[in-house]
Design a protein around this ligand. Structure first.
Ligand code: MN
Length: 258
């Protein structure tokens, strides 16, 4: 029976995590180890400057979970290195309360947890859902279960890779299907807000509205905007293969020594 580790970056008590655990329980044994608080938009971290604590909590439906004062990727590392005794066959991170599309993945704690699993050689999926009210967590749970089953049936995914999944916030009957996509582009509308404290010293907020998507066919942003579940294979190897040779050309005249 497969053993699946569930984590997230919204905190162990997030309803999205519980929905993911409930959905994946049908596939095998589920263990949960997730941060005790919200770590959204913290990227890929490793806590080295302080000890990490792990303790048990009960989730809303009575499910037992482990939680830590470390981050999402710490949670995966702790579990993989023995805090969870049994070998882990799949890591599922989410369900995040917002989508993780295009460059979002570099900020995302949800994706970082899946990246950490990939470093440990464990197949992983990061699952995120569009915002909305009401929330159709069951749709994202069902999508995650189908994708997790595919991974287990196919004997995993290539080492050093993970799947980034984004799910529309729609009832299952309204989902148009699955699309395998590449990363798209989002435009961020960050603006620097400068204020002054009572002592007259400036402080800064990075403000601005949510990013908008550039809707190019074949991308994750396009699929999600059109009612599809987007599945993007990501590689930890961020080398830009086509630029590699150009860059070698730049440095060839300098020889091997700088
Ligand atoms: Mn989050």
């Amino acid at each position: 029976m497969p053993h699946i580790l569930i984590t997230n970056d919204d905190g162990v008590h997030s309803p999205g995590l519980l929905a993911l655990a409930q959905a994946l329980r049908e596939l095998g044994q589920v263990s949960i180890l997730a941060p005790d608080r919200n770590w959204s938009v913290t990227g890929h971290n490793k806590t080295l400057d302080r000890p990490l604590r792990v303790w048990s909590v009960s989730l809303a439906d009575g499910t037992q979970a482990l939680t830590t004062d470390g981050g999402p990727s710490d949670s995966v590392a702790l579990a993989a290195m023995g805090v969870v005794a049994e070998p882990i066959h799949l890591v599922a991170s989410g369900i995040n309360t917002r989508p993780n599309l295009g460059d979002d993945i570099t900020y995302s704690g949800t994706v970082a947890a899946a990246m950490e699993a990939a470093i440990f050689g464990i197949p992983a999926i990061a699952v995120s859902q569009e915002e909305g009210d009401p929330r159709y967590w069951e749709t994202a749970g069902r999508a995650a279960r189908l994708i997790a089953r595919k991974i287990l049936e196919n004997g995993g995914i290539p080492r050093g890779t993970l799947l980034n999944v984004n799910v529309p916030n729609l009832p299952w009957e309204h989902i148009r299907g699955f699309q395998v996509t590449r990363l798209g582009q989002r435009r961020y509308h960050d603006e620097l807000v400068v204020r002054h404290d009572p002592g007259g010293r400036p402080y800064y907020w990075i403000g601005g509205g949510p990013p908008t998507s550039i809707l190019e066919p074949g991308t994750d942003v396009h699929a999600l905007a059109h009612g599809y579940i987007s599945v993007t294979p990501l590689s930890l190897d961020m080398t830009h293969d086509t630029f590699l040779d150009v860059l070698r050309g730049w440095f060839a005249p300098l020889g091997e020594r700088p």
